[in-house]
Write a protein that binds this ligand. Structure first.
Ligand code: NAG
Ligand code: NAG
Length: 220
């Protein structure tokens, strides 16, 4: 049984995963963060790491986290392994099933996207003149994101991992379009920068996991 092999990890899991993640990689499944320059993209992932690191440290202080070695290995090739393990772990039970774990990460991306959608809807109640057109673009982009993620989940439920991968890849494109609309609006600061960064990180994790499943399937 997996239970007997479950590791009891105190405070070290997040930093362990982070030290793996801290090695800079040249490969990225994600197009861009915010503006489309490579420096902006690098800054984006650095912000992500430090945010998660703070999160992980705060969490580690409060609780002992049990994470199955299978989940650690499942998450280790993602760009944000600590976030991956953290989001899937609460839903993990019984035998480890990579498709179920992937569905959980996709659902976490869906939930986070709905959260951003709600923020946008609230902002559109009394939008500033400078922000209104970007917010409208973002509203429609996030509507597409939510719809696309649901379609990807549907494809996955039909065991169609390859089409789910292609479908899902547009999630990150839509997200970038929203970020670009905001960064190109003079004087407008992104009011949901943090929430949208998490969409980017979770979405990137889903892409890496889909990529890994497709690769290992092709190898057999
Ligand atoms: C997503 O949100 C729904 C509704 O709030 C919740 O029941 C579910 O557990 C969440 N799933 C994940 C993976 O966070
Ligand atoms: C999938 O395979 C390609 C080509 O061999 C490789 O470049 C890529 O890194 C692999 N992805 C994963 C997640 O293993």
């Amino acid at each position: 049984m997996d239970y007997t092999k479950t590791l009891l990890i105190i405070a070290s899991i997040s930093s362990l995963l982070l030290s793996i993640n801290a090695v800079p990689t040249t490969r990225s499944v994600i197009p861009s963060y915010g503006a489309s320059s490579p420096t902006a993209s690098r800054a984006g992932s650095l912000i992500g790491l430090s945010a998660i690191f703070k999160n992980a440290q705060a969490k580690a202080k409060q609780q002992v986290i049990r994470v199955s070695p299978k989940l650690i290995s499942f998450c280790k090739n993602t760009e944000n392994p600590a976030l991956c393990a953290e989001t899937i772990n609460p839903y993990f039970q019984g035998q480890f099933n990579p498709i179920v774990a992937l569905e959980t990460e996709i659902e976490a991306t869906l939930n986070q996207s709905l959260k951003v959608s709600n923020i946008i809807a609230q902002l559109l109640v009394h939008p500033s003149k400078e922000a209104v057109s970007a917010l409208k673009i973002c509203k429609s982009k996030y509507k597409n994101i939510v719809y696309t993620i649901k379609e990807a989940l549907e494809l996955l439920s039909q065991q169609n991992v390859v089409d789910a991968y292609y479908k899902f890849s547009s999630v990150l494109v839509h997200r970038s379009s929203c970020e670009d609309a905001i960064s190109q609006s003079p004087g407008v600061e992104n009011p949901f920068a943090e929430e949208s960064l998490i969409v980017y990180q979770l979405g990137g994790n889903c892409m890496a996991i889909l990529d890994g499943i497709i690769n290992s399937t092709l190898r057999f």
